[in-house]
Design a protein around this ligand. Sequence first.
Ligand code: ATP
Ligand code: MG
Length: 285
Amino acid sequence: MKILKIAVQKSGRLNEQSLQLLKECGIAINNGNNRLKARASNFPVEVLFLRNSDIPQYIEDGVADISIIGENVVIEKQKNVRILEKLGFAKCRLSLAIPKNETYTGLNFFNGIKVATSYPNTLRKFLDENKLDTEIHEISGSVEIAPNIGLADSICDLVSSGSTLFSNGLKEVEVILKSEACLAVSQSIAPEIQLILDKLLFRIRSVMAARNNKYILLNAPNDKLEKIIDVLPGMKSPTIMPLADKNWSSLHSVINENDFWEVIDELKENGAQGILIIPIEKMVA
Ligand code: ATP
Ligand code: MG
């Protein structure tokens, strides 16, 4: 029996949400204390728990077939690895940041100074594209303290809220790359393994679609239904059911979570009442 080997971050920002995604895909793994790998009991996959930064190499070497990993790592490591699907979590950006009290004059600011980073390849490419003569000082962690201890003049690091930069007296001045967790795969997957991957991908897409959508129920007077259906964006024909009061109906549909906040006021203005928004477990197209 063939098994699909999935690499997941052993510990860190991606670990929990990666395992949560697999769980929602119906893949039951129990990672007893600190194991390096775990076999699912109900699906032909094995999960390998690895350092994030090592994963692209492991995929290139065939130790793992696929992985849940930040796009930023895939891009930085320049291995023979393909991004198959974005996964919508661990969103961040790779940015250049300088001391707060310095005046930023544009990209020329970086000419002739030293930038500390854990992403030398991605940064080098950006600097070359912009014809900047900047020295890269590679360090593997705690990049944000480099300017304070005199190791570099500025940094290039991952940012999400910006609070780490702020508390280290830095400000973000250029975004080099936007990233989120993705499904990264080996360029050479055996056909039997590809079949398992296709099944997994189908499940992942169903989970992701469900995460982005909500089930909506509302009550409305019959003469307002048409207007309300107009307001609800991009859906197929909604379900309409009569209420005990024969002048009223209940309307059921699926709505994108972001769209919901856009139209909520208009729904109320058009007489919608008792609006319920319910999470969806799985959504199969
Ligand atoms: P390793 O597993 O090799 O120790 P790491 O130390 O880079 O890797 P984390 O700091 O846990 O691991 O980050 C894992 C990933 O989380 C990053 O590669 C990135 O894709 C994502 N991420 C999202 N937001 C941030 C952020 N603000 N800072 C750092 N990483 C972030
Ligand atoms: Mg780490």
